[in-house]
Write a protein that binds this ligand. Structure first.
Ligand code: NAD
Ligand code: WQD
Length: 343
């Protein structure tokens, strides 16, 4: 059975492609490589002994996207990861973000309708909740006005899906709201590879310890948390990838209770920035040079998921802890710098 994975050479898409191939699905990756490399296909093949098909297409462009779908109209479902995702860049270049993230969704929805492709899984984000009043965050927690254009594209993408479903343009969809995905595949052959200076915590830590950066700036230790640093729900990317398989199969088997469902994907555990640094030091035996600096503009104090809905309905929960996340992030950084980058 053929599944289209948009953004499949990217961080989360590549891990999900591995899971799908290992489960016997035929995968067609469609990606314009604006934030990933085509070499990822070889490494996915190395892990799975199966090669996904690959098409280089910019999904925000109508004609190439239509041509792509015409060729792959026999797909049973789509997992839509492709998007620009840097919050700060989205503030600098909002129009680029709207064009890319909304334009791609328009083209995908039109083609799902045209070819009656029944199932869509969409990569949403906990960013839609802003700083919620009550923790943990359930799926019923109100969505708040987005702080940045990036978050707004996620909210609008979700609304586009809801409207397309209401008008029967498409038939079934699930939005998965990820908390903070980190870590890498056990093989250390795929992982997160930010362009330039990382803005996210985990790649900043691994790049510091490998020697590319001097020290980690811990943004604020005056939050109302145990150690004063901000709290997030970090989730291992392989657990996250597994959840995509479960959500996809729910739609393919027609087990969904409603045409549109939303699930939070997190561990349910909040960890502070210092917890992550300590975990990294514990799991790798290496020191993380860091200093406490002021808060980062736009950061929230704490957020973590209520995981009940995903556990009860998807029958999915995370199995990997923070030490496995930090250890695998480090194994990937080392293997990438020492082997893959030098090829
Ligand atoms: P990523 O940048 O590694 O992967 C996204 C992929 O999409 C890249 O390979 C990029 O080249 C491709 N892409 C972007 N625009 C495209 C276009 N117009 N046409 C074709 N390909 C295009 O990002 P990721 O971390 O794997 O994120 C995947 C999805 O999950 C995104 O939608 C992101 O917004 C969402 N998400 C990510 C996080 C996170 O922290 N990583 C958290 C919540 C949600
Ligand atoms: C985590 C914590 C920082 C870097 C972002 C997006 C969100 C989602 C996930 C896509 C925070 C602190 C960070 C550093 C630090 N993406 N930190 N020093 O901000 O929770 O979420 O990625 O949807 O939309 O906003 O993730 O990894 O940047 O930060 O102290 O050098 O680490 O302040 O408390 P964030 P992050």
């Amino acid at each position: 059975m053929k599944i289209i994975v948009t953004g499949g050479t990217g961080y989360i898409g590549s891990h999900t492609t591995v899971v799908l191939l290992q489960q016997g699905y035929d995968v067609v990756i469609v990606d314009n490589l604006c934030n990933s490399s085509v070499d990822v296909i070889d490494r996915i093949t190395q892990i799975t002994d199966r090669r996904p098909q690959f098409e280089k297409v910019d999904l925000s462009k109508e004609t190439p996207t239509n041509n792509f779908f015409q060729q792959h109209q026999d797909a049973a479902g789509i997992i839509h990861f492709a998007a620009l995702k840097a919050v700060g860049d989205s503030v600098k270049w909002p129009t680029r973000y709207y064009k890319n993230n909304l334009g791609s969704m328009v083209n995908i929805l039109e083609n799902m309708q045209q070819y009656s492709i029944g199932s869509l899984i969409f990569s949403s984000s906990c960013t839609v909740y802003g700083q919620p009043d009550k923790l943990p965050v359930t799926e019923d927690t109100p969505v708040q006005k987005a702080e940045a254009p990036y978050g707004n594209t996620k909210q609008i993408n979700e609304e586009m899906i809801v409207d397309a479903l209401a008008a029967n343009e498409i038939s079934n969809a699930i939005s998965l709201r990820y908390f903070n995905p980190v870590g890498a595949h056990d093989s250390a052959l795929i992982g997160e590879l930010p362009l330039g200076v990382p803005t996210n915590l985990m790649p900043y830590i691994t790049q510091t310890v490998i020697g590319l950066r001097q020290k980690v700036s811990v943004f604020g230790n005056d939050y109302d948390t145990e150690d004063g640093t901000a709290i997030r729900d970090y989730i291992h990317v392989v657990d996250l990838a597994d959840a995509h398989l479960v959500a996809l199969e729910r739609l393919l088997k027609g087990q969904n209770a409603d045409p549109y469902e939303v699930f939070n994907l997190g561990t349910g555990q909040g960890n502070s920035v210092l917890d992550v640094i300590k975990s990294f030091e514990r799991s790798t035996g290496l020191k993380v040079p860091y200093e406490i600096v002021g808060r980062r503009a736009g950061d929230i104090e704490k957020i973590y998921a209520d995981t009940q809905k995903a556990e009860n309905i998807l029958n999915w929960k995370t199995t990997r802890d923070l030490d496995q996340m930090t250890a695998s992030a480090w194994a990937w950084e080392k293997h990438y710098r020492e082997v893959i980058e030098k090829r």
